[in-house]
Ligand binder design. Sequence first.
Ligand code: NAD
Length: 484
Amino acid sequence: MTNVTAKNLINGEWVGAQDGAMGTSRNPANQEAIGSFPASGLADAKAAIAAAAAAFELPNWAQNPRLRQLVMLRWADRLEQRAEYLAQLLTRENGKVIAQSRGELIGAVSEIRYYAGLTRYIPGHAFEVEPGVYSTMIKEPAGVAGIIVPWNAPVVLLIRSLTPALCAGCTTVIKPAPQTALITYEVLRDLHEAQGLPPGVLNLVSETGHAVAQELVASPDVSVISFTGSNATGARIMADAAPTMKKLSLELGGKSCCLVFPDADPSVVAPALAQAAVIISGQQCTAARRILVHGSRYDEMKAALTQSFKDLRVGFGEAAGMHMGPLIDTTAVRHVQERVQMALDTCDEVILKGGRLGGDLQAGNFLAPTLVAHRDTGAFFCQEEIFGPFVVLERFEDEKEAVARTNHTEYGLSASVWTNDGARAMRVSRAIRSGTIWINDHNKLFAEAETGGYRKSGIGRLHGYDALVDFLEIKHIYQNAGVV
Ligand code: NAD
């Protein structure tokens, strides 16, 4: 695969940063440079916002759902045709195993088609308030949407914000994560080339720092920010957006608990949870982080989980049959290693100690999984999102304790419940304060089903019809028509 030279897209033209600066993207499996992208600054951000604001004033996108549908369907077709190339590039830039990259592309194409359909069904309502007095409520696109994307699932997380924004009729400026600027560029190239997209509707500005993202958040010409990323950045965005009172969609961190009840079979649940923990090398917001097991099956589950983690294959993402690739960069490895070491020093029991891998994998950011057992849910490693392959095993004696342990968190993104007792599954799901609960599965996300966080895990929902809410305004038009 040849190296990629990405560009910015401003008002329908591919351009470099105004000062010509470039950043480098590296393969996390071996640190090799795989391409470059514009290291943009404030002037580039302002140009992109101006283009999006001007395009929003024209009727040919914001008021034209049929065109929006056509363009999105054409884009989905183009992505589907190039899916294998894009999946390979995604693995090369992010490190995730190729099966996960292929799955991400399939999910993205499916999501674009889902929103292509919805764009022709954004109804308002009308009613007669008094004799001859009519109130019409119409849904309008909110304006320019700034979309700030993280590196961990850069295709699907881009699509799940961008497609509802476009579907609603917004115009957009996208700011990719510097670690995955190349795949973002390639995915958007297909949209740009889809016949019918008016100039200025889609703008892309990459950067190595944060000046572009901060301008999107601060600018009075941007009406919505859709951000997926860490809690620290999400909190900063919320504060920085306050003066312009923007609509905010914030999809932030999590610390998912998995509750395993006595009737669940450890030989089935343990391998499923081990894989749910190391998805994208543990760098997924919904990854399994705390596994809570009923006392009667605790020893059995501990043995099965240990074996399942040992069975996981860690290696180059392109190789067949791998479960886990490298972490995103050396900073991430250093940070995760530090937090895991502190956990190892203070936990009740070290079950499996991970660490850096040698041999062929030495040059890459590979880290084997760690499993510890602990009782006190107040421990920092039961509370903090450690964004890597690290899992805590806990024990509970009854349903009430399982729920209390699960709800002892500032997060509320996702959890899973493992039991064949349907009434228990429903009771426990209702009691957990979290945006998503899976019963007898984990990490199942798809276009039709809204996802988002309670508490510190965020604001708003993406996926599904309700994702449109963040990108729409509701207007009341009053008419005193009189009576005949
Ligand atoms: P991050 O917050 O460091 O970066 C995310 C994006 O924000 C990047 O594009 C980055 O360049 C940009 N950014 C950084 N500083 C900024 C600032 N001051 N103002 C505006 N933008 C800024 O997050 P990350 O490390 O890239 O991603 C991992 C985090 O994302 C984890 O916490 C994970 O749980 C979370 N996440 C959440 C979901 C979800 O659906 N809730 C999905 C995926 C990832």
